[in-house]
Structures are given as C-alpha cells and as structure tokens.
Unconditional design. Sequence first.
Length: 174
Amino acid sequence: MDSPVDPKSLYQSHVTEVIALAEANFNVAREPAKRGLGGWSMGGYGALLYAEAHPGQFRAIATLLSLADFPNPALPKDQNHPIPAVLGRDPALWPSFNPLHAADKLKGTALFHATGSEAFDRAMNERFHQRLTDLSIPHTFLLKPGRHTWPFVEQTLPEAQAFLAQHVLADASQ
C-alpha cells in the first residue's frame, strides 16, 4: 500500500513499477492467468492489498503468516504499531487498508493462506479465512504447528510454491 501520510512509503507503487520494469526488460508473462503473487508476514499483507487493488491481475496469491486483518483497532496495541505513522491518525480510514474488508475483490483468484497454530497472527488469518468462506470464495487455508518465524516459512514455502505452480503454470504449454 502507499501511505497517505508518509511520502517515502510507496510499496504499492513500487510493485507496479517492478512489474512494468520486468515486462519491459524480460520475457515474462503479461496475461493475468499466468501471474502469481505472494509474501509472508507484511509481504503477505501487501500481496493481499495489491491483489485487491488490482482485481483480476493475478491468477493466484499465496500468503504465509500474513497480517490479513490489519489494521484493526481491536487488536492488542503491540500488533497495531506504527499505524499513525503510516496510515494517519484517523481510525475511520484504517479499514480501507485492511485486506479483510476488500476480500470480495479476490473472487476468481486462487488463494493459498497459511498460518501457525502459535503465531500471533493466527486469529487474523482465521478471521480472513472465515471471511473468504462467508463470501463463498474458494481457497486453501492451512493451520499448521508453528509460530510467526522463519522456520515456519521454510517449512510451508514448498506448499505455497506448489500451489502457485499448479495455478499459474497449469496452462504454460498453451
């Protein structure tokens, strides 16, 4: 997301620029059916926000330990920092930066979503999973033993990669 208050925090713009640079300089797929996006932790948060802001531009999204219900004033204070520095001081604007609130824009996108049983983000990811279920959006949700740590990512990344390959490379020979 691009911060409304910090002109140096332009992550959504950076992703858009990277995609354009890759298209201009490399032999990469330009069709949404052959594109995937993923990330872990805040990278997963960003992948969800970017896909929601650009519906239909990616065939598949894979997130690990993502902050899928952030920002959320109901979260413990230590899980909501530094919201004012990045999103501004008006809590009424925060829902527009929360992937949970725009999950309907992910319809038609293959989704892989994993979290750890002891991860601080578990409840966020379970709420996101429930929201997708309520919206009848098919998705793969994994709740595996583990915390919000790199070893969890290392353990789960092969499953996320296989999911992306299954969906993005499925028609690569065509």
